[in-house]
Design a protein around this ligand. Structure first.
Ligand SMILES: C[S@@+](CC[C@H](N)C(=O)[O-])C[C@H]1O[C@@H](n2cnc3c(N)ncnc32)[C@H](O)[C@@H]1O
Length: 318
């Protein structure tokens, strides 16, 4: 990785331990990023393994390839690095012509590099164009379009439901008023509108006042919750018996989807309790390895503050 790009992998030893890679030679990193996890995974897999790395971000894929290729060829697994969305995991894995996979990791969200690249517009701390597309080559909807065209009701709905922002409807009203004067094109303009919408006393608590609205816009631009459900569902179907799925999430909406998806695959009978014999015939598909999510240590949070909200859940296919 060039010094220009820096992303510190989160919960790295915990993930590598959980994935049991030497026994699980076909590994899918569904969010390759800068290969922080995959670099260690590749070393654990060795030359007998296959590492399939997926990312929708072209810069990440190029950097990840360069990093993985520094591992000597005789110690490196076969690499298949694919540009795409893990919401299309079925098609991506079908293109690899493999019967199944042994382990997979989803390290959700954006990388530090994406956040720190001003032109991507993910950060509320730096001024930049309101973009937020993870795959600008394929996606057309931008945060700018949402902010300037959604009506107040739709803005309120996405801000409230994708971020739990208490002031969602006030922020939506302030956005609609501000854009009637001039289009909101830059993240700095939007931050100012959000700050004006949230009363000063409320602004002092709960971190940066624009953090939640920016999260909501990013989720809407990238359909993050929909593709997460699709990706997890496909990953569990592709896992071989005994295979491991590990997911790191960074906010409560993601974590709830991971928890509920794992729970629904781990559930036995779902018949109502008053039915004397099971009629649904549902068999569990996953065993939960982490009943409670693993969290970063205080030392990791100190070293890498962006790990603060991480939660790792792991399950094994039956
Ligand atoms: C937190 S970073 C992963 C960092 C990586 N584990 C590392 O340590 O270098 C998340 C990555 O997933 C990618 N990503 C997010 N959602 C995606 C999706 N639906 N499909 C494919 N890639 C996605 C982002 O582009 C980003 O590079």
């Amino acid at each position: 990785m060039t010094s220009e790009y820096r992303h510190i992998p989160v919960l790295l030893p915990e993930c590598i331990d959980a994935l049991e890679l030497p026994d699980h030679p076909v590994f899918v990193d569904a969010t390759l990023g800068f290969a922080g996890h995959s670099f260690e995974a590749a070393k654990a897999l060795g030359a007998e393994g296959l590492l399939i790395g997926i990312d929708q971000d072209e810069v990440a894929l190029t950097e990840a390839a360069a990093k993985l290729e520094t591992i000597p060829e005789d110690a490196r697994p076969e690499l298949a690095l694919l540009r795409g969305n893990f919401g299309d995991l079925d098609d991506l894995l079908a293109s690899c012509e493999i019967p199944g996979i042994d382990a997979t990791l989803f390290d959700l969200g954006v990388s530090s590099v994406q956040i720190d690249t001003q032109s991507r517009g993910f950060s509320f701390k730096e001024n930049g164009p309101l973009d937020m597309r993870m795959d600008p080559g394929k996606q057309t909807l931008t945060a700018e379009e949402i902010v300037n065209t959604y009506n107040a009701a739709d803005l309120t709905r996405i801000i409230r439901s994708y971020s739990d922002e208490k002031w969602a409807s006030r922020i939506a009203d302030f956005i609609v008023k501000a854009r009637a004067e001039a289009p909101i094109e830059e993240s700095g303009q939007l931050v100012d509108v959000i700050k004006a919408a949230i009363p000063a006393s409320a602004r002092r608590a709960g971190g940066h006042p624009a953090k939640r609205t920016f999260q909501a816009l990013r989720i809407e631009v990238n359909s993050e919750l929909t593709v997460l459900r699709r990706g997890l569902d496909a990953a569990v179907r592709w896992l071989n018996p005994g295979g491991i799925i590990a997911v790191i999430s960074y906010h409560s909406l993601e974590d709830r989807i991971v928890k509920d998806t794992f729970a629904s695959f781990a559930d036995r009978c779902t018949c109502p309790p008053d039915i004397p014999v099971c009629v649904c015939g549902k068999q569990p598909v996953l065993d939960l390895i982490t009943r409670k999510p693993l969290l970063p240590s205080a030392e990791e949070i100190e070293r890498n503050p962006r790990s603060r909200s991480a939660k790792l859940r792991v399950a094994r296919k039956r």
